[in-house]
Design a protein around this ligand. Structure first.
Ligand code: ADP
Ligand code: MG
Length: 157
């Protein structure tokens, strides 16, 4: 189970973005963040904030496409993946994403982690977003391992 869990309400897209920016400023190479939540829950919105916080040039954070893996170069490399259209580990393997994660030189952000949960290393942060009426979202962050617990504490003080 998780080492540490925190929950908070996000009442606007701007609030979610700002929380992402804050996380982007804290990420280190080797960190892994899995994002879980229905379509429109705000996973991509949060990741865009993270990219900004990690100093990724705005031009790199493209409008939505059908890519599975999006590598960004910020203060550290960011490896963003969206598993929505994947059903198994082998399909993900063939994208090269797992090699990027394993290289450990960047931080990884994985939308729809629940589709292929074995993508996550033992040490990771799981972020669950839920619709809570209108523009309100409930965010639950679960830390698995000591580095993730430290990251969670720094992020959601
Ligand atoms: P996902 O990647 O989870 O499918 P997106 O981030 O692509 O979701 O889309 C979230 C949508 O919900 C955006 O259109 C965004 O403007 C809207 N939205 C409304 N309220 C919020 C909120 N509090 N946090 C994040 N997004 C929100
Ligand atoms: Mg998305």
């Amino acid at each position: 189970g998780a080492t540490r869990v925190k929950t908070l309400r996000l009442s606007s897209p701007e609030e979610t973005h700002a929380l992402g920016v804050r996380l982007g400023g804290l990420l280190r190479p080797g960190d892994f963040v899995g994002l879980i939540g229905d379509l429109g829950a705000g996973k991509t919105h949060l990741v865009r904030g993270v990219a900004e916080g990690a100093e990724v040039p705005r031009s790199e954070v493209a409008s939505p496409t059908f890519a599975i893996v999006y590598p960004y170069s910020g203060r550290i490399p960011l490896y963003h993946a969206d598993l929505y259209r994947l059903t198994n580990y082998d399909d993900l393997y063939s994208t090269g994403f797992l090699d990027m994660v394993e290289a450990g030189d960047g931080a990884s952000l994985v939308e729809w982690l629940d589709r292929i949960p074995e993508t996550a290393p033992r040490e990771h942060l799981r972020v669950i977003l839920r619709h809570a009426g209108g523009d309100v979202r409930e965010l639950t962050a679960e830390a698995f391992g000591s580095r993730s617990a430290e990251l969670l504490d720094a992020w959601l003080k």
